[in-house]
Design a protein around this ligand. Structure first.
Ligand code: GRG
Length: 300
């Protein structure tokens, strides 16, 4: 796929996701918490996690209608984490997805509740899937919950808020990033594998997908850390330079820009290798190759 075909593919996936998300919270609700949750969910975002989940599902031959609720739930969990991360008690950010953060627009208490509402509504969707589709859907939902929880995203955030650049080793930083950022990307990639009954016994596929997820997750975070020093708020849609200013541990503050760039390139190489293994197992890796190219070239 060339560059413009990749962009077109991403925008088709984004449109499909957004048309599902449109129906999650009603427009013009009388309840400010619902309005705030809808605002943050619909205000933009690249929709990387749900798009990735749908691509893996397409590669594995899973039904779109069956996977879409999982993809939406993942984006809702991601959005809740951004709302809470932006609060004054955490990163205290005023700009997200190019717009005022949830607490700037709706106030702190409502933003906190909006995050809670997104998380609870995501679990309602996952439970509904388990009730309707049975044990594989339940397994997939449990995997998503685990990825978002204490050994995944929340665990990573917890380590992150007590880490400062001078006192963090590279190993510790990788642990933080694998949990904080990598866990939800891993959920995007492995949920369709756990949810569909026709590939469960394929251990080699599970290993190759996990390997891809691990390298994609790290490369995503390293790129994020580099963009934080090299980009602008206009392009990124969020504040920049805060990591260094707050003495936060990132790949750039811990290893420096050159080592980060070198590591980024190694992680992409490893991700492409994992995609090759997936191809060797008989799966068409074209979509995921293009997706990886898209992430590699992203500017926001
Ligand atoms: C508060 C429980 C809790 C967790 C917070 C997501 C997170 C953990 C913190 C956000 C801060 C941050 C920079 C995280 C690392 C990378 C990341 C998740 C960036 C945002 O994801 P994108 O680029 O954002 O996919 P969009 O807006 O496009 O969805």
């Amino acid at each position: 796929m060339n560059n413009s075909e990749t962009k077109q593919m991403m925008s088709q996936y984004r449109d499909a996701i957004e048309s599902y998300l449109e129906g999650v919270f009603p427009e013009n609700s009388e309840d400010a918490t619902v309005r705030a949750a809808r605002y943050s969910l619909m205000v933009g975002g690249k929709r990387i996690r749900p798009a990735l989940m749908l691509m893996v599902a397409d590669m594995l031959g899973a039904e779109r209608e069956f996977i879409m609720p999982f993809a939406a739930a993942l984006e809702m969990i991601h959005t809740y984490s951004l709302i809470h991360d932006d609060l004054p008690c955490m990163d205290n950010d005023e700009l997200r997805r190019g717009m005022p953060t949830c607490h700037i627009r709706y106030g702190e208490a409502t933003a906190l509740l909006a995050g809670d509402l997104l998380l609870n509504s995501a679990y309602e969707i996952l439970l509904e899937q388990a009730i309707t589709h049975g044990s594989y859907a339940a397994l997939a939902g449990r995997f998503m919950a685990k990825s978002a929880g204490g050994v995944g995203m929340i665990g990573g955030q917890s380590l992150d808020i007590s880490s400062f650049s001078g006192s963090v080793t590279l190993e510790r930083l990788e642990e933080i990033q694998r949990k904080k950022t990598g866990a939800l990307l891993t959920a995007a990639i492995l949920t369709p594998f756990y949810a569909s009954d026709n590939h469960h016994s394929n251990k080699e596929l599970c290993v190759a997908l996990t390997d891809y997820a691990s390298h994609l997750g790290l490369s995503f975070q390293i790129k994020d850390d580099i963009l934080d020093v090299e980009s602008s708020p206009e392009v990124l849609g969020k504040s920049i330079g805060k990591d260094a200013a707050c003495d936060k541990a990132t790949f750039v503050t811990v290893c420096g820009i050159e080592s980060s760039q070198k590591r980024l390139s190694e992680e992409y190489d490893a991700a492409y290798n994992a995609l090759n293994s997936i191809k060797n197992l008989g799966f068409d890796n074209e979509l995921l190759l293009s997706f990886t190219d898209y992430l590699r070239g992203r500017t926001n």
